[in-house]
Design a protein around this ligand. Structure first.
Ligand code: ADP
Length: 634
């Protein structure tokens, strides 16, 4: 085994690798850019080397700097993680030239799988089933179009050098073809500086099922079963699981053996993933092979009880595989949800900002959080906006999914927009619970996942009200505990007892006025406060809510603006108008203070205050009516 390795990566995967290295007694070297000077992976490693400024093409992607850092620190091997240099054959060559072990497959295997087109030729020769299509060298647009026409639409154009869904376009008819090819090529040039294209039959409702393979340098090879990564947005994975729901033992074995055949065809060593599409008939087709550790490898670890990074280190150090095929078993079921700083309602636009609040669910043998950030860190523009991977395990799929939903509802992230609510809606959607998934799942269940239906608001409104009132009660109890007069009636703020307190709440996009006159059951409801309001995790999905100033109520219906009730428990600090005096709409009538913040109460219309129920200095319960108002003009 190595004594010291360098990790040419950042974030959660760098931390993940350091953990295993440490457990094996292997010393670690981190590399970091300007932006990552205080990052968790730097703190966790035994040593660290600064390799450049924040943009990755000036740091994490600069081969010479990474190699130099390894040589300087005396590391014997380099683990590339995923992304960055992990599938870069040039990097691999440079490692070899400098007597550094690359913890990954041989150079030739990376090079062979580097082009989706070349990979397909190799796999076809090895007898691995392929999605029908054209992946030839002749890049004449007419030739590509003719093969699309012959195959029949829809077809999928892909960049041979592709990854991350870039340079990919679905084409539904011949008339769209030329334009789509042009667009895909431009994107491919921009992303990979290479616009070689292939075209495939666009399968309808396929599942993405991939096989984890492992090979050593002694000609041993095993498959560690499959992962289902069908739930995708923009062709990128969102929630992965293992094993794949509903897959038969026979299909698993056939796919596993095909994957090993694929690996053998390129003399593979180390961890690899063979990605297949499975059609509605249960036929499977090779898509591509990823010659590295996958983001979603933890679900495989959870169901097999193996540490895949440990396997990688052992294989790279020349040892044989830790297990043979018949020693490997599937136990239970695991899910991984990718927690991103992004806005699902804005077409998954990446978000940036400081993680002002970051609290993860409690980790145990069934709940694992792989992350590279702590509270106060920044999700910057420079790197992938993934905050963490939440991984859960249980004895069966139903229980594992329950755990996933619960753990998501316990995740607290404040300061930036995340996809947690979206993931929760996904995890609790009916068809997902039934395992009825394919790569079009999110589009097909948009209504349920993005929750914009009136019925949802009717359901969520009383829960939001209950949450607000509970929170007020909780605050009152806390205040009473701190107070010198804990038995003061002021503190007995049982909001339920108030005569019909009025509330106004924004639930998702809808603004709702509520009169809470009956107890609402809050069983199975988790409420999480955030910097922008509070989140409700309910049996029927996720709702983001913000309490607003309630509308002027009884007796003045139809009058806009103005709230004549105390917005929260607080002190009345100033009465600004005299009883009976004429005021205009919008004039400030009185000022309250709560939690060091002032709240003004304004005139809802022209008119006058006929009576103030409190005086300056009084403590007022949230929801209490403050004054009587007589309107003269609307
Ligand atoms: P990338 O390498 O850019 O991530 P992949 O080739 O791995 O692209 O494909 C990503 C996803 O696109 C797949 O998981 C699948 O959902 C979808 N996809 C790819 N090829 C096809 C196809 N021929 N038919 C239908 N869907 C496909």
């Amino acid at each position: 085994m190595f004594t010291k390795i360098l990790i040419a990566n950042r974030g959660e995967i760098a931390c993940r690798i350091i953990k295993t290295a440490r457990s094996l007694g292997v010393a670690t070297v981190a590399v970091y850019s300007d932006a990552d000077q205080h990052a968790l992976h730097v703190k966790m490693a035994d040593e660290s080397v600064h390799i450049g400024s924040s943009p990755s093409n000036e740091s994490y992607l600069v081969i010479e700097k990474v190699i130099q850092a390894a040589l300087e620190t005396g590391a014997e091997a380099i683990h590339p993680g995923y992304g960055f240099l992990s599938e870069n054959a040039d990097f691999c060559r440079q490692c070899a030239a400098n007597n550094l072990v690359f913890i990954g497959p041989p150079i030739e295997a990376i090079a062979a799988m580097g082009s989706k087109s070349a990979a397909k030729t190799i796999m076809a020769d090895a007898g691995v089933p392929l999605v029908p299509g054209y992946h030839g060298d002749d890049q004449n647009p007419d030739i590509i179009k003719q093969s699309a026409n012959k195959m029949g639409y829809p077809v999928l154009l892909k960049a041979a050098a592709g990854g991350g869904g870039k340079g990919m376009r679905a084409v539904y008819s011949e008339t769209e073809f030329d334009e789509a090819l042009g667009a895909a090529k431009r994107e491919a040039i921009n992303s990979f500086n290479d616009d070689i294209m292939l075209v495939e039959k666009y399968l309808l409702k396929p599942r993405h099922v991939e096989i984890q393979v492992f090979c050593d340098s002694h000609k041993n090879a095993v498959y560690l079963f499959e992962r289902d990564c069908s739930v995708q947005r923009r062709h990128q994975k969102v929630i992965e699981e293992a094993p794949a729901p509903g897959i038969t033992e026979a299909l698993r074995q056939r796919m596993g053996e095909a994957a090993i055949k694929a690996a053998a065809a390129i003399n593979y060593e180390g961890a690899g993933t063979v990605e297949f599409l499975v059609d509605t008939q249960g036929e499977f087709f090779f898509m591509e092979m990823n010659t590295r550790l996958q983001v979603e490898h933890p679900v495989t670890e959870m169901i097999t009880g193996q540490d895949l990074v440990e396997w990688q280190l052992r294989v790279a150090a020349g040892e044989t595989l830790p297990c043979s095929q018949d020693q490997l078993n599937i136990s239970g079921h695991a899910f991984e949800a990718r927690i991103y700083a992004e806005d699902p309602d804005q077409d998954f636009l990446p978000a940036t900002g400081v993680l002002k609040q970051l609290q993860t669910p409690l980790e145990n043998t069934c709940v694992r959080v792989d992350t590279g950030v702590v509270e106060g860190d920044e999700v910057s523009i420079y790197y992938d906006p993934m905050i963490a991977k939440l991984v859960v395990w249980d004895t069966d799929r139903e229980r594992a999914l329950q755990r996933l939903a619960k753990a998501l509802s316990e995740y607290r992230i404040g300061g930036l927009t995340t996809n947690i609510g979206f993931l929760y809606n996904l995890a609790t959607s009916r068809a997902f619970q039934d395992g009825d998934i394919d790569t079009g799942y999110i589009e097909a269940h948009e209504q349920e996942i993005f929750r914009q239906r009136d019925a949802d608001i009717d359901y969520a409104a009383p829960l939001a009200a209950a949450a607000i009132l509970e929170q007020r009660e909780h605050k009152a109890i806390e205040a009473a505990k701190r107070s010198s007069e804990p038995n003061s009636p002021w503190h007995l703020n049982n909001s339920w007892g108030l005569p019909q307190p009025r509330l106004k709440v924004q639930i998702q996009q809808a603004v709702v006025d509520l009169t809470v006159d009956s107890m609402v059951s809050v069983d199975g409801l988790t409420v999480a406060s955030t910097d922008t309001g509070f989140d409700l995790f309910t049996r029927n999905g996720f709702f983001h809510c913000t309490e607003m100033q309630p509308d002027f109520g009884t007796g003045n219906e139809g009058v806009d603006g103005g709230n004549l009730n105390a917005p929260m428990n607080g002190t009345l600090v100033a009465v600004l108008v005299d009883t009976g005096a004429e005021v205009n709409k919008g004039d400030t009538l009185l000022v309250m203070e709560a939690m060091k913040m002032e709240h003004t109460i304004i005139a809802p219309s022209g008119g006058s205050v006929t009576e103030f129920y409190f005086q300056a200095g009084d403590l007022v319960d949230g929801g209490s009516e403050l004054l009587a108002f007589e309107a003269t003009s609307p």
